[in-house]
Design a protein around this ligand. Structure first.
Ligand code: C6P
Length: 403
């Protein structure tokens, strides 16, 4: 059981706004004081570059930067530190896989499998690779709930499948993909699997060796870390076989007029001055998540989301799209009311939610909607937040239904 009041005390935004119902953690989580302090401390005490300076402050900064890589390796149980590549975020990580691995290894006639549940950053890079390389992009048919199932996945698998790019947890529906089973099936056929973990890593303990994914992409800002920092986990052999997509400072090894070589993984993918403060902050964030315990976080947010859905489904004219989802995401609409109109009432009541297509137009179209409302719960949310949400939905429905 989590002590929610004790957890809330770590988050300055909640201390300053105790009545706020922050239900938009799937977009970005709030940041605990420990993470803010670690970022501030780097700027206050060091503020210098890494890997380059031949003086003590730079050595200290490099130790903190590379030390954070070790923390993330430990957090994911990756085999080697070199398997952790720092990027700007999940989008950059997913694009790196497509632009480097995809452009090198996907060829004309090959097939790539993705799904309509994906965030744009997960499937659009593969749309591009397939278009450029003359490969075919296939979509797992979703079941009647909008889920990816192993059975349906097998329907699109062929001898031509070379790579599978799927989300672990959908940012719109909150469904968990049976990714472990899918990875096992793929590996029996030598198929590479790139997992979008942006909505999974912040909420559930992931052991990359146990999962056996080839690539896993995620962002720091959704898991109590700073904005502008993300991770690409990749198996060493794959990363080592890939070419950089950005060239220049810090990634170069030997440079001549007629030849150039690159540093080893992961530095060959971290061009230029890295996101030093972000990396240090993310290192502190994963420690924070381990201190809280992600298994407890998952149980807590799921419990709140189930209760919110149960009560929203009792309301006339409210449609919940993901009643069986097993995470902290609630997808709903008030019939006949545009989510952006309703959002003005939620905002007035201090309820922060997201409305729109959530950068996932394919699943929004699948739902036959142009926009959905999403409430997403995290470790610091309470039953009062559920009350506030449900009462605000009632108020919005009653207000807009008059017209
Ligand atoms: N989803 C949401 O409100 P970035 O923006 O690069 O940190 O993360 C991209 C991304 C990739 N995959 C999934 C499943 C995601 O949910 C996101 C970000 C946010 O749902 C912003 S659109």
């Amino acid at each position: 059981m989590l002590d929610i009041n004790a957890i809330r005390a770590h988050f300055p935004v909640l201390n300053k706004n105790p009545k706020l119902s922050y239900l938009d953690s799937a977009a970005s989580s709030l940041k605990p004081q420990e993470v803010i302090d670690s970022v501030t401390s780097y700027y206050e005490n060091l503020g210098v570059n890494v890997h380059r300076g031949v003086y003590d402050l730079s050595y200290q900064a490099t130790d903190l930067y590379e030390g954070a890589r070790a923390k993330i390796q430990h957090f994911l149980n990756a085999k080697r530190e070199e398997e952790i590549v720092f990027t700007r975020g999940a989008s950059a990580s997913l694009n790196l896989v497509a632009m480097s691995y995809g452009m090198k290894y996907i060829n004309k006639g090959d097939e790539v499998i993705t799904s309509e549940l994906e965030h744009h950053s997960s499937h659009m890079p593969w749309f591009n690779v397939c278009k450029v390389k003359g490969a075919t992009l296939k979509y797992v048919p979703l079941n009647e709930e909008g889920r990816i199932t192993v059975e349906n996945f097998k329907k699109v698998l062929t001898d031509k499948t070379k790579l599978v790019a799927l989300t672990y947890v959908s940012n719109v529906m909150g469904y968990i993909t049976p990714i472990k089973e899918i990875i096992k099936i793929c590996h029996e056929r030598g198929i590479i699997v790139s997992v979008d973990g942006a909505q999974a890593v912040p909420h559930m303990k992931i052991d990359v060796q146990e999962l056996d994914c080839d690539f896993l992409s995620f962002s720091g800002h959704k898991m109590c870390g700073p904005t502008g920092i993300g991770v690409l986990y990749g198996k060493y052999k794959l990363l080592d076989s890939m070419d950089p997509i950005e060239f220049g400072g810090d990634m170069a090894d030997e440079v001549y007029k007629d030849s150039q070589t690159y540093k080893a993984v992961p530095h060959k993918f971290e061009t230029g001055t890295p996101i030093i403060a972000g990396v240090i902050g993310l290192g502190r964030a994963v420690e924070f998540l381990d201190e809280i315990g992600l298994d407890n976080v998952a149980k807590h947010e799921n419990m709140l989301a189930q209760e919110a859905k149960r009560r929203l489904m009792e309301l006339e004219d409210v449609e919940v799209y993901n009643p069986t989802a097993e995470t902290g995401v609630v997808a709903f609409n008030i019939k006949g009311v545009h989510p952006h109109d309703a959002a003005s009432i939620y905002d007035k009541n201090g309820v922060c939610i997201r409305a729109g297509h959530h950068c996932a137009q394919l699943i929004t179209r699948w739902l036959n909607q142009i926009s959905t409302t999403r409430a997403s719960f995290y470790m610091y949310n309470t039953m009062e937040d559920v009350d506030n949400l449900v009462n605000s939905v009632k108020e919005a429905r009653d207000f807009f239904k008059q017209f």
